[in-house]
Design a protein. Structure first.
Ligand code: SAM
Length: 473
């Protein structure tokens, strides 16, 4: 199959032969100091590196060169994203699923998991619980089941969520992580006002993909891999990619992931809005020991750094699948968005499940509350941000990228982060978190370079103290 990044056919834009040739090239050059330094030098320009170059970096074993790579990833992260970390929570609507994914406890044959689908009233209760924690941004999750979870159910749920006004709470951005669907359905999701459409590829290796997805609609590799093209054709220009690390050789999937990003960039003029880096976790009838490709933290963090260097303007997301320690390292190396206070069970925010009830998708590693996560981020010197301004101002797709590339993040994202953090502190934070946050805002607001924007932001902060809400640049 000929490799063609602009093709609309999965097997041409994700070429197996090109990936194998890339991995061979990376093995041959993993000790080629001169080449590695030249790739790092190219990375310094913050315009990205190719999948081949990233493959070399992730294959490097020399500790000194690995440290240089980490150093560059940290610099890119700081330059482009500053110290802001965007917060979100997943909301599981239904775990009915007709697929046979061998790594996911939702698989159709699992008779031990409790199946559950939220009614619109239950969604209301879940969302109120999430609003009372302080969340403004959600990622909707469902299994794939056209009878139990048809697109109409997802659309109705989005409408319900956007419509809930409870005290000062509001969900201002709903991202959606549901199975690959048609252009028509993507158009309907777009018209319903979703933020990012997220779909994990799981693995880019076709043969292993088919083995891991033996039954159900998801087994169609091409249909799944071409989903983002259909989403773009349906008008969604913020799409989120991801690989479930642990299912396949990690270097193969890293290269596939970056080829996918290159394909979107070259075909639609805009790369992925986000990349998620989930790792396989134990779950109901899933034992990670059955998966020989599970990776240690050291390699996982190399992957995070390589992605940061390869696609500097793509946000990177990490969930509570990762432990506190692993998240801390990943934040340093490139992650810009994290979930907090997450429950992966259906209805889990209102009612915490006992082990017997079990409807959850995987075992969460980071079990801290959102307030604990916010306090922890502040201690580490980050600004937890509840900002959703870009999407609400229509700055999606290439419009967001152009803002980022013009270096306007400091005059736009930074004050927006502080304003939304202020709302969080006023409405939801514990006293110790509030004290740390107030101090952070005082320090950070002084750094906004444009004086007119700084003054406006200071005025907004005061008005928030007096009860006003929802300001943005
Ligand atoms: N059902 C949708 C689909 O077909 O893409 C997506 C929703 S699913 C709730 C979200 C993601 O959870 C999956 O894409 C998969 O990568 C991840 N996942 C499944 N089983 C997992 C496990 N045991 N550990 C960690 N993540 C898992």
């Amino acid at each position: 199959m000929i490799y063609n990044p602009k093709s609309l056919r999965a097997e041409e834009f994700i070429s197996h032969e090109e990936i194998l040739a890339t991995l061979e090239y990376a093995q041959e050059h993993k000790n080629d100091r001169e080449l590695i330094l030249s790739i790092l030098e190219k990375g310094e320009q913050m315009q990205g590196i190719t999948h081949r170059e990233a493959a070399v970096l992730v294959t490097v074993e020399d500790p000194e060169l690995t440290e240089r790579m980490f150093h560059l990833a940290r610099r890119i992260k700081e330059h482009i994203y500053g110290n802001r970390i965007v917060m979100f929570a997943p909301l599981y609507l239904s775990n009915y699923c007709i697929n046979g994914c061998v790594y996911c406890p939702y698989h159709a044959k699992n008779k031990t998991i409790r199946r559950k689908k939220l009614s619109q009233e239950e969604i209301r209760q879940e969302v109120i619980a999430l609003q009372d924690m302080g969340h403004k941004r959600l990622a909707l999750e469902t299994g794939e089941d056209p009878k139990n979870n048809p697109i109409e159910y997802v659309l109705e749920s989005i409408k319900t969520i956007y419509g809930i006004k409870h005290k000062n709470g509001a969900i201002r951005r709903v991202n959606v992580n549901i199975a690959a669907t048609t252009v028509e359905n993507y158009r309907r999701l777009h018209d319903a006002g979703i933020g990012t459409y997220i779909l994990f590829q799981e693995t880019y290796h076709k043969e292993n993909y088919e083995r891991l997805h033996p039954t159900g609609p998801k087994k169609d590799y091409a249909y799944h891999t071409e989903a983002m093209d259909r989403a773009m054709q349906g008008g969604i220009d913020d799409v989120g990619l991801g690989v479930l690390f642990g299912l396949n050789n990690y270097a193969y999937d890293l290269v596939g992931l970056l080829m996918h990003a290159e394909h979107l960039d070259q075909t639609y003029g805009v790369g992925p809005h986000t990349i998620s880096v989930p790792r396989l976790c134990p779950a109901d009838d899933i034992d990670t020991k059955d998966f020989e490709n599970c990776l240690p933290d050291s390699i996982f963090h190399k992957i995070v750094a390589a992605i940061r260097i390869a696609v500097p303007y793509t946000g990177m997301i990490i969930s509570t699948r990762e432990s506190k320690a692993s998240r801390e390292k990943a934040l340093e190396l490139g992650v810009s968005q994290i979930s907090g206070g997450s429950r992966t069970s259906v209805g889990g925010y209102v009612h915490e499940e006992s082990a017997e009830e079990n409807s959850s998708q995987f075992d969460v590693s980071d079990r801290r509350t959102l307030d604990e996560i916010v306090g922890w981020l502040l201690d580490l010197g980050y600004v937890p941000s509840f900002c959703t301004a870009c999407y609400r101002e229509g700055r999606t797709g290439d419009r967001f990228m152009s803002l980022a590339k013009r270096g306007q993040i400091v005059n736009c994202c930074a004050p927006n982060a502080l304003i939304t953090l202020k709302e969080y502190l006023q409405d939801y934070a514990s006293e110790p978190t509030k004290a740390k946050g107030v101090e952070m805002i005082r320090r950070e607001i002084a750094k906004v370079p444009n004086p007119a924007i700084r003054e406006r932001a200071e005025r907004f902060l005061l008005e928030i103290e007096q009860g006003a809400r929802d300001f943005r640049f």
